[in-house]
Ligand binder design. Structure first.
Ligand code: 5AD
Ligand code: SF4
Length: 444
């Protein structure tokens, strides 16, 4: 077989960080003798970038690995590799459990992929799950996979050291480390020069970003300001920040730069102090509400979204009611809502009791989802009659004559867009909505 120009198909599951990592993998492999393909049937290797955050994420990947066996029967030389958090969590054991997997690489091992693939070519199985204290892939210019040419992710830090009791991330992504701000600003500038109009700065906890620049510390508010100052036509978003260190400086940086989008994702996890303590979240409901008020005071139009977990160890009905209460108080625009899923080796697994029944978790989650549905609808209804600057991302799937884009608050707006195209900023007045989309028309 021709060993030059082998084709690699990358399939990504999980969070934005994983999608960003896949672009780094794509870049590393295409500077060696590999080509990235978006046609799975042409691939010599399929690399699956995986998530381990909840058990159902891992089950989904195991199901996908079984499905891929059919493809391997048709094309016996096809090799499968598993990357990312599930690879890191299960290590070599994954290749024993899943007999069609021949390569395993953790999130800090992507530079070794070319040599791991060589080992696989010579008929061996290959693994590298070493975590690093320094790796940031800082100077690597990611290839943009499945990109709309308008928005891109930029990874600014890796790892997490918060050790929330339920969370596997500190074990799968290792120590927290920040990337050199020069490489971040350069990457953003290059994207803007190529026509991109929006970048999202990514990290598990962006507010912990720190870089010692010849004796002075560059913090996240300074970094995001530098990126925003590349050009007012470049929108800047970020994800995720931990409530314990959402600083006034960051709120100020957002308020003073029109192109830093007015949307903050602030995972609360629970509305009960008893649960927040058990989760090791390091803040109280009172602290969290103080941060919400600080955001609202300075940026009344800022959208606020969250993550929440229903049925964590020891959660009582009263704790759950407090979560619903907090949701009503904050009035989230949107949230990601999960049932607690015990993860091996976490603090909660070792020391706490996963004692809320599955039925109870389901009921509590459904109540939160129902409430969020009402809150989202209220939030979207409040926008009817308002005007927003929309960055156009493409034509609507349902109706080719319509365009869609997002406002600064990250809400999707659909409108008749004749004569306009992707990448333009357009002022749109909202005339109607659902609980997930705004509908409007161009203001002439
Ligand atoms: N079970 C359920 N949800 C979890 N999350 C993290 N770990 C777990 C778990 N073990 C959720 C948190 C986090 C989001 C990314 O995933 O809400 O903010
Ligand atoms: Fe997990 Fe907590 Fe780190 Fe988020 S901040 S990745 S929930 S340990």
């Amino acid at each position: 077989m021709d060993t030059n120009n082998r084709k690699i198909y990358i399939e990504t599951y999980g969070c934005q960080m994983n999608f960003s990592d896949s672009e780094i993998v794509g870049s590393i492999l295409s500077t060696h003798e590999y080509t990235i393909t978006d046609e799975i049937n042409e691939a010599d290797y399929i690399l699956i970038n995986t998530c381990a955050i909840r058990d159902n994420a891992e089950q989904r990947i195991r199901k996908r690995l079984r499905e891929l066996k059919a493809l391997q029967r048709k094309r016996p030389h096809l090799k499968i590799g598993v990357l990312g958090c599930m690879a890191e969590r299960l290590k070599d054991a994954l290749m024993e459990e899943e007999d069609n997997v021949s390569l395993v690489a953790g999130p800090d091992a992507y530079r070794s992929l070319p040599s791991l693939l060589k080992e696989v070519d010579s008929g061996h199985k290959a693994a590298n799950v070493l975590l690093s204290e320094e790796e940031t892939y800082g100077e690597i210019d990611p290839v943009r996979l499945g990109s709309n040419g308008i928005s891109a992710f930029i990874s600014i830090m890796r790892g997490c050291e918060n050790f929330c009791a339920y969370c596997v991330v500190p074990y799968t992504r290792g120590r927290e480390r920040s990337r050199d701000p020069k490489t971040i600003v350069d990457e953003a500038r290059r994207l803007f020069e190529k026509g991109y109009k929006e970048v999202t700065l990514l990290g598990q906890n962006v507010n912990s970003y720190r870089w010692d620049e010849s004796g002075t510390m560059v913090t996240f508010p300074q970094l995001i300001s530098r990126v925003a100052e590349i050009n007012p036509q470049l929108r800047v978003r970020y994800s995720t920040s931990h409530p314990k260190d959402l600083s006034d400086e960051l709120i100020e940086a957002m308020a003073t730069h029109d192109n830093i989008c007015k949307c903050i994702h602030l995972p609360v996890q629970s509305g009960s102090n008893h649960m927040l303590k058990a989760m090791n979240r390091k803040y109280t409901v009172e602290w969290y509400m103080d941060r919400i008020e600080a955001i609202r005071r300075r940026m009344p139009d800022c959208a606020i979204t969250t993550d929440v977990i229903a049925g964590f160890c020891g959660e009582t009905e009263d704790d759950h009611l407090q979560t619903l209460e907090l949701f009503r108080k904050v009035g989230y625009d949107y949230s990601f809502m999960f049932k607690y899923s015990m993860r091996p080796n976490t603090y909660a697994h070792k020391y706490l009791n996963d004692n809320v029944s599955e039925e109870e978790k389901t009921r509590r989650l459904e109540e939160i989802i129902k409430l969020q549905g009402e809150l989202s609808l209220e939030s979207y209804r409040r926008d009817v009659g308002k005007r927003f600057e929309v960055l156009v991302e493409g034509t609507s799937k349902r109706n080719k004559a319509q365009l869609f884009g997002r406002n600064s608050q990250n809400k999707v707006i659909v409108f008749d867009g004749e004569g306009h195209s992707k990448g333009e900023y357009i002022t749109v007045e909202v005339t109607d909505c659902t609980s997930a989309t705004l509908i409007g028309h161009i203001v002439k």
